[in-house]
Design a protein around this ligand. Structure first.
Ligand code: MG
Length: 467
């Protein structure tokens, strides 16, 4: 299903997927098994979604926690230093810990506030306390797994261990990161990370190999765990188990969060892996659109979806300038179908804030609208996951419309991607053929653009599914 996905979609999927998992799992941290599905038995696509916020630390809906805060420090340090500088990264961690973030692991806090230098703090803590194989270094390592994936197995595994050892002196924590890096490397190259599990076991120490082989084996179940999922083995085991048993990104995350315990971290790890496999387009837009947060001790900047996408490209060595679409003459909003409005970028940006907006293009600055979804549909041929994305958009459109919101669909020019969704609505909801839907929209929306053959092909598949 995800074969042929463009690498940039996988890279963005890994980074955004990990942040989405973190934010989705946070309200359920330390809760009982099954709490997520008890609250959300089916997909929640209306104006309030599974990104519900709350929990013991009072997270905002979509707000990420220490897992992603630390990951963003890793990412920024790698990009700004063009590689790994352990003293720089450790200094960033220390500044963060001194700002007293609401959520910080006990061991990480003890190491970062010890006052010891970067090359001694974790080792001395481990020598004194012994127990250090927590999941706190695995949870933040997705950016490094992206950065070093370009340089092959040896380089990415070495970096994984070194970054882990800044806070976690136990080599087992570093082994988890090493195997994770290797699986992400395989997935970003378009391979199957589950098939790479057996060979990746050569990356761990002899005395730990059996333990890793057990939790990563196809027959392992979370009920077989011998410790809580605050430890690195069950955290990684649960993430791989969910990837093995989930049929798509959303189900992988549902499976892990339903295990309870350290839900934000396990979902963050699973989300990084699943995002690399299913790509950006596989992440439900109702989740990716609202993910956000700050990094305490590192300014007031609020990181959002567009920032994460841009950062992911830089981590893959292909930095893109921040997007400024400029000023374009406004088109719309116009009610093209009952309850469904269309527009171009600025027509939507300056529309009444009572609209639920579905954006199908890059935006530059975010919109002020309360209900705002962003889909990642590229108007080119790099859309092997187009069916998944179109279904996600149409399902959310239906849910928002059923709640009585006027729904405004737009892209940059309001032509091609907007036309895809409007035509798709008629094909799916009204049973029209693709030609009928196209003629119906063309009559009511003169801006319709039909240049993308992959869009029309997707609509033909959508029509075929009805039968
Ligand atoms: Mg956390």
């Amino acid at each position: 299903m995800t074969a042929g996905l463009h690498r940039s979609h996988r890279v963005a999927g890994a980074l955004v997927g990990s942040a989405v998992g973190d934010a989705l799992g946070a309200p359920f941290e330390f809760g009982p098994p099954g709490a997520f599905s008890a609250r959300f038995p089916v997909a929640a696509r209306g104006s309030s979604t599974e990104m519900c916020g709350g929990g013991s630390l009072g997270w905002e809906p979509g707000e990420f926690t220490d897992d992603t805060q630390m990951a963003l420090m890793v990412a920024s340090s790698l990009v700004e230093n063009s590689g790994l500088s352990e003293p720089d990264l450790f200094a960033r961690f220390v500044a963060w810990a001194e700002a007293e973030p609401p959520d910080i692991g006990n061991q990480t806090r003890a190491v970062l506030r010890s006052g010891l230098p970067w090359d001694r703090a974790a080792a001395e803590h481990f020598a004194e306390s012994g127990h250090a194989a927590g999941n706190g270094s695995l949870m933040r390592t997705t950016p490094a797994a992206i950065w070093f994936s370009r340089f092959g197995t040896d380089a990415t595994v070495d970096a994984a261990r070194r970054i882990s050892s800044l806070t976690h002196g136990d080599p087992a924590a570093g082994e988890g990161c090493a195997v994770f890096h290797e699986l992400v490397r395989v997935a970003l190259d378009g391979g199957d990370p589950l098939a790479a599990v057996p060979s990746s076991l050569s990356l761990v120490r002899d005395e730990h190999r059996e333990r890793w082989a057990t939790v990563l084996a196809p027959g392992w179940e979370p009920s077989m765990a011998t410790e809580s999922n605050g430890a690195v083995w069950p955290t990684f085991g649960q993430a791989v188990w969910a990837l093995r048993h989930g049929r798509d990104f959303a189900q992988v995350l549902r499976l892990v969060i339903d295990l309870g315990g350290d839900t934000d971290t396990v979902a963050c790890v699973a989300g990084g892996l699943a995002g690399a496999v299913y790509g950006m387009g596989g992440i439900p837009m109702r989740w990716s659109s609202v993910v956000h947060g700050r990094v305490p001790g590192h300014g007031d900047r609020v990181w959002r979806l567009a920032d994460l996408q841009q950062l992911s490209a830089a981590l893959d060595g292909k930095p893109v300038p921040s997007h400024d679409p400029g000023v374009i003459p406004r088109i719309g909003p116009v009610e093209v179908l009952p309850g469904i409005w269309a527009g171009n970028l600025d027509g939507a940006r300056y529309s009444d804030e009572g609209f639920a907006v579905i954006s199908l293009c890059r935006l530059g600055e975010p919109f002020p609208h309360t209900n705002h979804r962003m889909a990642y549909i590229a108007d080119n041929e790099h859309n092997v996951d187009l069916d998944v994305m179109l279904a996600d958009v149409l399902d959310d459109l239906a849910a928002l419309r059923a709640e009585g919101h006027p729904v405004l669909v737009h892209c940059h020019g309001g032509a091609s991607r907007t036309g895809l969704v409007l035509r798709g609505w008629l094909v799916r909801e009204e049973g029209m053929s693709v030609d009928e839907a196209t003629a119906h929209i063309a009559e009511r929306w003169p801006h319709l653009g039909l240049w993308n053959a992959s869009f029309t092909a997707a609509l033909e598949r959508l029509a075929a599914q009805r039968h």
